[in-house]
Design a protein around this ligand. Sequence first.
Ligand SMILES: CC(C)(COP(=O)(O)OP(=O)(O)OC[C@H]1O[C@@H](n2cnc3c(N)ncnc32)[C@H](O)[C@@H]1OP(=O)(O)O)[C@@H](O)C(=O)NCCC(=O)NCCS
Length: 177
Amino acid sequence: MNRPANQTPAAKSPGPGHLFCDAGRHRPQCGPVFQPRFPVIIRSYAPSDEAQVIALWRTSGLVYPQNDPTKDIARKLKVDPEWFLVGEEDGRVVGTVMVGYEGHRGWVNYLAVEPTQRRSGRGRALMAAAEDILRAEGCPKINLQVRTGNADALAFYQHLGFQTDDVISLGKRLETD
Ligand SMILES: CC(C)(COP(=O)(O)OP(=O)(O)OC[C@H]1O[C@@H](n2cnc3c(N)ncnc32)[C@H](O)[C@@H]1OP(=O)(O)O)[C@@H](O)C(=O)NCCC(=O)NCCS
């Protein structure tokens, strides 16, 4: 992806250790937030996260036979890798979100929060971090796909202001996992 010469990938990342999220505020805060309800650090993915990330995706029902999670991670590491975010808490990965932008629409994939930590603001915090990245890029709209039957995710996104678009989502496989 082309970038201005003075814009490094790292400049677009929230950066490890610098983004704490406070469920009470519902927005990621840059810099430490004192006494947060959950001191999540939202940072870019690191290779050492792989096993925890894949385990989280499996328990979250995001791994399908046609999608090899290891290959999906490797692909993302080739394209805006700093936009592959994880939520870390007490040294553990408790959430993920993969962000993309091709110059027309922003995309969000692999949003997940550890099952025991759900319904307390972490998903919203991850989405806010994704949205911040895309706004900073000048992205006008976020698209995302929800699998048919995933009523919880649908309710979550609608709660965050997403609306169902009048489109049919099409796909064509270019590589078999
Ligand atoms: C979708 C998911 C990431 C939401 O994470 P979460 O941490 O539970 O979400 P939050 O607690 O931040 O919820 C944000 C808001 O959405 C609401 N919400 C969350 N799940 C909801 C649901 N199933 N039904 C209705 N509202 C819901 C919350 O009440 C909260 O509202 P508030 O901020 O006004 O209090 C989580 O359920 C998950 O990991 N699901 C499995 C993986 C998945 O399906 N991912 C999406 C793939 S498309």
